[in-house]
Design a protein around this ligand. Structure first.
Ligand code: ZN
Ligand code: ZN
Ligand code: FE
Length: 790
């Protein structure tokens, strides 16, 4: 073997294969520069599995090369694996970028869309640059990716840029390995690339820079515009103009959910919200999510933007078009006020975001009075992502643009290709292959035909991009979920139903590379339980294969099912009725001297009471979300809500903790003997009515209720530890979006010596279910069991 020769001559050659997101992100030029600077010979090329490099030189320099490869890859690259093997030296001189081989397997990853990089931003604002004020400036370090890709391999003719032929100057950049735009597939300039157009209901259209300027002028004048972004259209208006915001809210038929805001820079963000360093870093990251932040007390943003919220969702510009728009808008509104634009998804309530031009024209007027659009097509619909910082780390609520389709890497490989269909609300699905879990972008609530169509299309697209043909399909146990029905119709050999809260807990295990068993705390809105009840306040002992339900929130009636979700007063009355019921069966709570009872619509209550008595459409529920709703209604919150969880969120927003809490009890479930116990908040509800009668402020009561729930769950976890000896705790479920509850519970558990785990890469809400389902189904198939829970 010549390897011995090479040792004696002091020259060695290595073949280095790199897997991960390494194509279309400037990886080969980076390797070329690194190898050349070290005087190494060899080549680099793209292969279907990633990038292959051969380097030849002294061992010390080869080592320096590998260090450089690991330590300073290009910004959009993600290295998952580096494999190094010794090969025979070939007396190579010079380093080259070789022509790509084509191979059958489709294993390279497509990068998520990335915000405009600093170099491109500089060019955008430089009057001497040929891309001065060109809204489609991008390079290998930034720009659109996932949303323009039609198929792989990632080449221009398989993206929506195929319609544009590069001019000679752009082509030279594209072909020069030392250029920042070497093989930048969306490369473009004002001469050869896409352009923007502003069309209004009346008057002639505006083109190019004039279109962006006119858009800014119209926004400053209080108009509402539809603006084409990376993954769909936004509806935009001046974020400080409450009339415009109100009109936008009316036009979207969305009278409660907060609107996201776009501000030109971090300085403006600091002027309206409080940001710590981690929050500023996340806001400014190339993923550019909407970050949830606390308002400053002097924040000038009107309440119409986010009614009843103490937080605002802020994002920074992520395309050159946004940068220019905010720049012009800022120039028009002057320095006395911050430049703040509402940038909310262009859709009606519960419909998917509009991303095709004709659809945007048809669906967004009204409220849109103009359309700032362009001729680079969006191939994949992708909403803005929503994230926050909790305990110093990111926790995502909606994982979409900037994140998808980057896979979550698992500790163990999938035994077979897999599809997990996710839940009903905030749906995502997940395709699994190897040790990669490709969680889709946010699909939405599967409540209408449009969203279901979007779900089907996105699954087909992911299957094609990642070449995954599932042999396992995982789904939620709820028989009426459209995602479940879809799963059951697929011609796939292994179909595995996964309990909702088991999936929530498993999503945490999967992210952290844990197998379990752990103590799982699922605090959630709605999930189908194995006993037919609606679960949502669950203490589980769980590993990836199975779970044991050791405790749950005491059951209460859920009168009217979905109606009770929309009408929190039903939950308040149901909980009070149960709490104050005497043996004579009378509604003793009706004698309480509290505002909720005084205002209760008695005839409506009697109808609901009859439903409960007869068990008509009234499942039992252990939902923590519904208990929060009930307390919100009890404290004078709204009778009806516009979306699931609204009352509970308002309860969190109003809460002012004073360190005090209310009593609660634990008792064995009837019939006794199954070993399961219940967490009963009835003593707390009695104490709350007492506080209400004593005139304690609702904000204080809300604070004490949060403290009570944190202590109750912490106590339940302690009991589960006594029972099991486990000290690792995984917490998930939509109710843990509640910062006050989650932070306090984490604190109590950590003080008590528990190791706590929460979701970071996928949402704790139902957007994270698909990953959990995938992890459970994979573990089950690996274990040889094809049906769970037997
Ligand atoms: Zn760039
Ligand atoms: Zn050009
Ligand atoms: Fe859930």
């Amino acid at each position: 073997m010549n390897i011995f020769n090479s040792v004696s001559t002091g020259i060695a050659r290595q073949r280095v294969t790199v897997e991960g997101i390494v194509q279309g992100v400037g990886f080969r030029p980076f390797v070329y520069s690194l190898a050349s600077s070290l005087g190494l010979g060899g080549f680099v090329l793209n292969e279907s599995n990633g990038v292959v490099i051969e380097v030849e030189g002294t061992p010390a320099r080869l080592e320096a090369f590998e260090t450089g490869l690991r330590d300073a890859p290009p910004p959009l690259a993600r290295i998952d694996r580096i494999n190094v093997e010794a090969v025979t030296p070939q007396n190579a001189s010079g380093f080259t970028i070789a022509v790509s081989r084509t191979a059958a397997a489709r294993n390279t990853l497509i990068a998520p869309d990335a915000a405009t990089c600093d170099n491109c931003l500089r060019e955008l604002l430089d009057p001497a640059d040929r891309r001065y004020r060109y809204p489609f400036t991008n390079c290998t370090n930034c720009g659109p990716r996932f949303t323009i890709v039609e198929d792989i391999p990632y080449d221009r003719d398989k993206t929506t840029m195929q319609l544009f032929t590069m001019c000679p100057t752009c082509r030279r950049e594209y072909e020069n390995p030392l250029d920042r735009r070497f093989h930048a597939q969306p490369n473009a300039c004002p001469l050869c690339g896409p352009h923007v157009t502003l069309s209004c209901l009346e008057g002639r259209p505006f083109q190019n820079d004039a279109a962006v300027r006119e858009t800014a002028r119209l926004l400053a004048a209080g108009r509402i515009l539809a603006i084409k972004g990376l993954g769909g259209y936004h509806l935009a208006c001046d974020g400080l103009n409450s009339t415009a915001v109100g009109r936008l809210r009316g036009g979207k038929r969305r009278d409660a959910k907060p609107f996201a805001l776009m501000v030109p820079n971090l300085e403006t963000a600091h002027s309206i919200c409080r940001l710590n360093e981690a929050e500023a870093t996340l806001l400014h990251s190339r993923r550019r999510p909407i970050v949830l932040l606390s308002r400053r007390p002097d924040c000038p943003v009107p309440p119409e933007v986010a009614p009843h919220y103490g937080t605002l969702g802020l994002m920074l510009p992520y395309t050159p078009l946004h940068h220019l728009l905010l720049h012009y808008f800022n120039g028009l509104t002057g320095s006395e006020r911050p430049a703040v634009l509402v940038m909310t998804s262009g859709n009606g309530s519960s419909e998917p975001i509009a991303y095709q031009d004709d659809d945007a024209l048809a669906r967004l007027a009204p409220p849109a009075e103009g359309w700032l659009t362009h001729n680079r097509a969006i191939h994949v619909r992708c909403d803005d992502s929503v994230s926050r910082i909790i305990a110093g780390s990111e926790q995502i609520f909606r994982r979409s643009r900037g994140y998808a389709p980057e896979p979550v890497r698992l500790a163990r490989a999938f035994p077979l290709p897999l599809l997990a269909c996710g839940g009903h609300l905030k749906n995502t699905f997940c395709l699994g292959k190897g040790d990669q879990a490709f969680v889709s972008q946010h699909i939405g609530d599967l409540e209408n035909v449009e969203t279901l169509l979007s779900f089907r299309e996105a699954i087909a697209h992911f299957q094609q991009l990642f070449d995954i043909h599932p042999a396992i399909v995982a789904y939620d146990l709820h028989p009426d979920y459209l995602a479940t029905k879809y799963a059951l119709e697929l011609p796939v050999p292994h179909k595995i139903g996964v309990q909702h809260h088991h999936a929530h807990i498993a999503s945490v295990l999967a992210e952290h590379g844990l197998e379990g068993p752990v103590i799982g705390v699922a605090a959630d809105g709605t999930g189908y339980g194995s006993d037919g009840a609606v679960w949502g306040g669950e203490i589980l002992l769980a590993n990836l294969v199975r779970y044991e339900r050791v405790a749950h929130l005491a059951y209460a009636p859920l009168p009217g099912g979905e109606r009770a979700v929309r009408q929190p007063w039903r939950m308040a009355a149901a909980w009070l009725q149960q709490t104050f019921a005497q043996s004579d069966g009378e509604d003793d709570f009706l004698n309480l001297d509290i505002p909720f009872v005084a205002q209760l619509d008695r005839p409506r209550w009697h109808v609901v009471r009859q439903m409960i008595d007869r068990g008509l459409n009234t499942p039992a529920t252990s939902s923590m979300g519904r208990l929060f709703d009930a307390v919100a209604a009890l404290l004078g919150g709204r009778y009806e809500v516009a979306y699931e969880g609204q009352a509970a969120i308002e309860l969190e927003m109003m809460a002012v903790p004073d360190g005090e809490s209310y009593p609660f009890t634990f008792h064995e479930r009837a019939p006794a003997g199954d070993g399961m116990w219940q967490m009963d908040p009835a003593p707390a509800l009695r104490a709350i009515t007492g506080d209400l009668q004593a005139g304690v402020a609702p904000a204080t009561i809300a604070g004490r209720f949060h403290e009570t729930m944190a202590r109750m769950l912490a106590t339940a976890v302690q009991r589960a530890r006594e029972q099991s000896g486990l000290k690792q705790v995984a917490l998930s479920g939509g109710v843990f979006q509640n910062r006050l509850l989650l932070e306090r519970l984490l604190q109590l558990l950590q003080e008590d010596g528990f190791e706590t785990y929460i979701n970071h890469q996928v949402p704790p809400n139902d957007g994270g279910l698909s990953l959990g389902q995938a992890a459970v189904a994979a573990a089950l198939v690996r274990s040889g069991a094809l049906q769970p829970y037997d």
